[in-house]
Design a binder for this molecule. Structure first.
Ligand code: SAM
Length: 313
């Protein structure tokens, strides 16, 4: 049941889309005076080593976040802002992208370069206000739960952050509506089990009844599977029926050009190339922020046929 480990995928293009969007939402939501509760139903381990065995096995970060830094070498540490503009076709870095890069930079010293990648719990924590906001984390995998608990302990965040080894879909019900009536909910399952698609829909349906004004962000893979195809459609229907605004953002890095020796049969292409974020009640600034940032992400991460982004609302 628990074969998925996010450490194999940390910093990939899906994390770039998800965390870029997350940072943009948090920047807006924490700019208001009132307290915010953030609920991360599928938190993962919290922090990942990009030079560790798991990340190196899949090398997904080399096709993701590391392309936002000069070269794909872990020793390279210059952020996108310093990339030769002719090469990157970027004159000035979009503010949402810069905010995301700044959030990552705070976890890596200049001396060591981009060695660790923060997961959603630590990114969220870095943007919350200790005196006002709350962060509720859920992670079911026992090993990742232990890692997450250890990372959170080091934050010394006291009662601001709670970590539970529990089913995030179920626990969300007990937290809505939040006492301060402002919440951002990130729902980021691995979708390894087909049942995750149905659980996300049911969870959002229930959450919209309990707390219609919450901001809900769902990550989903774009893969040739009927459940994956219909999930954003279902979320859109629910948002429309509940008379809530919504925003759908997708990022496709395109098909990797086949690498094979002359005369050799090309290997079957594997790996996730595209994913989406579906947001219900998005901050009104989010679409413009992503509209500016995503072309720059595609310019850096795009690698072949099909590359691009979409934004719909
Ligand atoms: N949100 C993390 C991030 O962005 O850094 C990554 C999360 S990863 C895609 C999904 C995680 O959900 C895995 O660590 C998995 O063990 C955990 N998980 C799976 N089912 C769960 C459930 N019902 N409740 C809580 N966690 C679950």
């Amino acid at each position: 049941m628990f074969s998925y480990r996010h450490a194999f995928h940390a910093g990939n293009h899906a994390d770039v889309l998800k965390h870029l969007t997350l940072v943009a939402m948090l920047k807006y939501l924490t700019d208001k005076d009132s307290a915010l509760t953030v609920i991360d139903t599928h938190a993962g381990a919290g922090l990942y080593r990009l030079d560790g065995d798991m990340a190196r096995t899949s090398a997904e970060a080399t096709q993701g976040v590391q392309k936002l830094f000069l070269g794909s070498d872990l020793e390279q540490k210059q952020p996108l802002a310093q990339i030769n503009t002719a090469q990157a076709a970027i004159k000035s870095v979009a503010s949402a992208l810069q905010d995301y890069l700044d959030a990552l930079a705070s976890f890596n010293s200049n001396a060591t370069g981009q060695r660790v990648y923060p997961g959603s719990p630590l990114i969220i924590h870095s943007l919350l206000r200790p005196e006002a906001d709350k962060l509720k984390l859920f992670e079911l995998h026992p090993t990742d739960y232990r890692s997450l608990s250890g990372h959170v302990k080091q934050l010394d965040a006291g009662r601001m952050v709670t970590v539970d080894c529990a089913n995030g879909f179920e626990k969300l019900k007990t937290l809505l509506p939040p006492p301060n009536k402002r919440a951002l909910v990130l729902i980021d399952p691995s979708y390894e089990m087909k049942s995750d698609y149905g659980q996300v829909s049911a969870c959002i349906q229930d959450a919209l009844l309990r707390f219609p004004t919450g901001c809900y962000a769902v990550w989903y893979p774009i893969i040739p599977r009927p459940e994956a195809h219909s999930l954003p459609k279902k979320l859109k229907t629910m948002a429309v029926q509940a008379k809530r605004t919504w925003l759908q953002a997708t990022l496709n890095i395109g098909q990797e050009p086949p690498r094979h020796a002359p005369g050799e049969k090309p290997s079957k292409l594997v790996g996730l190339r595209a994913s989406g974020m579906f947001i219900i009640n998005p901050p009104h600034t989010l679409k413009a922020a992503l509209q500016e940032a995503l072309p720059q992400v595609v310019a850096q991460l795009g690698r072949g046929r099909g590359k691009g982004f979409t934004l719909m609302n």
